[in-house]
Write a protein that binds this ligand. Structure first.
Ligand code: F6R
Length: 359
């Protein structure tokens, strides 16, 4: 039931602070230590490499997961698009462990990979929102997202839940392995900060609606740019805008823009910069300047500790590994308002179904 909400998507965006808190309740002990199935941890500890597999938004959540696993556990981690992995399988390490990310647990492309993984006798974990879904039943282990039903075709709270759950799992695995970075990573505090940070963004919806009115309603295209984790979020931001507002959008590694794609920038083209990583903040800012010099309309989404007075959307500070959980939210709202103000069916965009059960 969407209650007083005009569309499920907005309701699901608003639910994200609660989803973060629920994950902390379900997966952390009273002292804040992760509570994760021992057999799963033992199986992951044996692995020399983690392979994360997913489609669409779930693949994008995996891009963040890679960084979490590599930073907190020191285990090399690859992320793959399911439909590619299924038929162009990379050379596997000696002891691979597979993580399937799937909101619905029914995506045929991902299942095709799981069937092969099972046939080869490898162990796997499905992270899904749907208990007893196909991918859950067929994997060795399951962890549930507890995000509540996601009805809107465009995925929002499942993406943030997938990232938060990967953070919990990476913390658990890193700690089990006595990794100092993991021991120092206060996951309970972080999830709390994230919940508050998301809340601050959803409380500022009017500001994002105003940005949409200024720059998004007439444009045929838009660019999201960032580096590292901010690039990963840029890909998700662009997908969201494309699928519900039909604006041709691209997520780009900001340093790569000048190697060709900057030719597309015209007077008024929106270029949204996501800046949450201190190492690369200055570089992305100069890449934004390069587009502004060619007429782009710049919008910035920036963590508080890196922000300047001129920035458009300022995000509460969290650990730099966790920033995608907050920085994605304004991009969800930008997509939402663009679709809404164009009079489109936000929850049921053309040509799409909630779960894609064909390859
Ligand atoms: C985009 C979206 C899709 C799904 C993709 C995978 O908003 O919802 O890209 O993320 O079809 O679906 P699941 O996660 O159910 O496997």
């Amino acid at each position: 039931d969407k209650g007083t909400y005009p569309f499920y998507m907005l309701k699901e965006i608003d639910e994200q602070p609660n989803v973060m808190r629920r994950l902390a309740q379900v997966y952390l002990s009273e002292t804040g230590a992760p509570v994760v199935n021992d057999a799963l941890l033992a199986s992951m500890k044996k692995a020399d490499r983690i392979y994360i597999v997913g489609a669409g938004t779930s693949y994008h959540a995996g891009l963040v997961g890679k960084r979490l696993f590599e930073n907190l556990t020191q285990t090399p981690t690859e992320v793959h698009i399911s439909s590619e992995f299924a038929y162009e399988q990379p050379i596997l390490s000696e002891k691979p462990f597979f993580i399937f990310l799937s909101q619905s647990g029914e995506t045929a492309d991902s299942r095709e990979v799981l069937v092969n993984v099972n046939a080869a006798g490898h162990e796997s974990l499905t992270i899904t929102n749907v208990q007893n879904s196909t991918l859950s039943r067929e994997a060795t282990y399951t962890m549930l997202l507890h995000a509540g039903p996601e009805i809107a075709v465009a995925s929002t709270k499942a993406y943030t839940a997938q990232i938060a759950l990967q953070a919990i799992l990476a913390k658990a695995l890193g700690e089990a392995d006595k990794q100092i970075v993991a021991q120092r990573f206060d996951i309970r505090q972080q999830l709390g900060l994230v919940a508050t940070g998301i809340q601050a963004i959803v409380d500022e919806k009017d500001k994002i609606e105003a940005l949409v009115k200024q720059s998004f309603l007439k444009t045929p295209n838009a660019f999201y740019i960032g580096r590292g984790l901010d690039w990963g979020v840029s890909l998700e931001a662009a997908l969201k805008l494309k699928e519900i507002s039909y604006v041709q959008a691209e997520g780009f590694a900001s340093g790569e823009l000048k190697h060709g794609t900057i030719a597309l920038i015209e007077e008024g083209t929106p270029v949204i910069g996501i800046i949450t990583q201190s190492k690369t903040a200055g570089l992305t800012r100069s890449n934004l300047q390069e587009t502004m010099a060619r007429g782009a309309k710049i919008i910035t989404i920036v963590s508080e500790n890196l922000a300047k007075d001129s920035d458009d959307i300022v995000l509460a500070d969290v650990d730099e590994l966790m920033t995608p959980l907050i920085s994605v939210v304004p991009t969800q709202l930008l997509a939402y308002y663009t679709s809404l103000l164009k009079g489109l069916d936000v929850d049921r965009p053309r040509n799409l179904a909630k779960s894609v059960t064909v390859e």
